[in-house]
Design a protein around this ligand. Sequence first.
Ligand code: DGT
Ligand code: CA
Ligand code: CA
Ligand code: ZN
Length: 576
Amino acid sequence: MDNKGIAAIFAEIANMLDINGVDFFRVNAYRKAALTIENLANDLRQMVERDPRELDAIPGIGRALKEKIIELVQTDKCAEHEEMKKDFPPGLLEMLNLRGVGPKKIKLFFSELKITTIAQLKDAAEKQLLRDLEKMGEKSENEILKAIEEYGSFSSTRHIIDVALQEAEQYVEYLKQCGEVKQIQYAGSLRRWQETIGDIDILTTVKDPGKSVKKVMEYFTTYSEVLKVVAEGDTRAAVILKSGINVDLRVVAEESFGAALHYFTGDKNHNVKIRDLAKKKGLKVNEYGVFKGEKMIGGKTELEIFEAVGLPYVIPELRKNDGEIEYGIEHKSFPEFIELKDIKADLHSHSNYSDGKNTLEEMAEVFMARGYEYFAVTDHSSIMAVTGGMGTKEIKQQWKEIEELNKKLKGKIRILKGCEVDILKNGELDFSDEILKELDVVIISAHMFNRLSYEEQTKRLLTAIENPYPMILAHPTGRLINKRAEMEFDMEKVIEACVQNKVALEINSNPNRLDLTDKYVRIAKAKGAKFTIDTDAHSVNHPEFMKFGVGIARRGWLTKADVLNTRSFAEFDTWF
Ligand code: DGT
Ligand code: CA
Ligand code: CA
Ligand code: ZN
């Protein structure tokens, strides 16, 4: 079993112990171990194989847990976990996915009302049985109903983009090794950098249409990550991967590759519009090509499709029948949209001064390796005690370290003194002006109180934005994809306040957030907002996320000029 699997089992044990109400120390020990393992750079399997004593070097994991790690590595199971699961209703663990429902409440519902599933919980809430329980009430009962509804709408889960992208890239790499493949490209929502992915669509052409197709099909269906082959035809196959993602493969003729790539990139609404346009010109466009009567007049490249209907090339990110076709016809070209290579800095990152996993210097090294000119370390303020938020003393200590590092790294990269300051319930900020005025980058964000009323939430955010110190509003909606809905507030007013107060809106590139969404990005751009694209990195592995934020920015029609962290440090500094 790999690190991820072991961490998941430890987390599950912690949750079970917690729901059972067993001693706090064991719960904590398991939870901490799960977190440590999840972020471990080394593979536990290799460590155990080389010498189990290597585990002693992992901090914060006691002896008993180390023995369990060895057991899991060697047998894929842990006897204690199996034993616990035997009598534990699985529905209790599922309830943990409900917003605002934790082990304490699950224990309460179980012991008072024998509730073991979400369905039973919903029923009890509807019958108003929950409100009379200890520490509950009408309001919290309604919140539970709302959380169940929210969870239900997520249960047809689409895949998070980084998981899908990684699977697609690995599959494509594998398929390239089959000697018969000529061109290959993933299409669909993934190529459009849509925030979540239903399934992966891969297109290929082959070297010898007579002989190769069958070989490619066979190669595709025998990939080691395939769980199940769902369909296998002459030129099309579909599989489900072990990760749960479905993948479609289509082998197409070389003269049709562009047409097929355009068709299967979509989206559907864009395709329909292109077909209608073609019809008006007396042409037919489909996944095989462009046709005038019976005669095929294009289809080898995507550009041939666009040109046939009077359009310039439309980048995949724009294809959603959301004005791109009208714009292209009118202007004959598109602005130069932002690209990953334009990014010169990351303005939202964490170190081990709060809940980041790495030191400042380690973070500086990865940002340097990406070729950035500067970056801001923005550890949490103190209200985020759970994440080890910084008080005045710690932040001043961090400044010292930043100054020393800046001397050491001079000419290579510049570290900016930043902070991700929490917005308190009343809209005030979680640091005194004395600290705020010393910072190079002040990010404000709402991590708590996300269930205030629409009016209160709007007022809270406006108060924070109007404070003279903030520069960036981080992950503005607070949503977590497939897990937590957006906070409810007046987005237009918030955007307008940001414009007036010179606060940039963040596009948070973490694939679980992608916040702002492309829809709001476009609205905000129209109102004259400026943006930063940040990764909110909590470890050296996360600066990689930048590409997802850039994808959202492109879907939102942003150019380099709209995004502040494409500027050199001097230009960036003068803007604020
Ligand atoms: P997904 O997989 O749900 O994240 O989204 P897509 O866009 O990848 O959709 P998918 O995999 O069902 O189909 C891939 C593309 O094929 C889609 O973007 C457009 C095209 N397509 C699929 N069905 C239709 C259709 O009924 N009409 C047209 N015009 N195009 C279609
Ligand atoms: Ca798809
Ligand atoms: Ca598909
Ligand atoms: Zn953050």
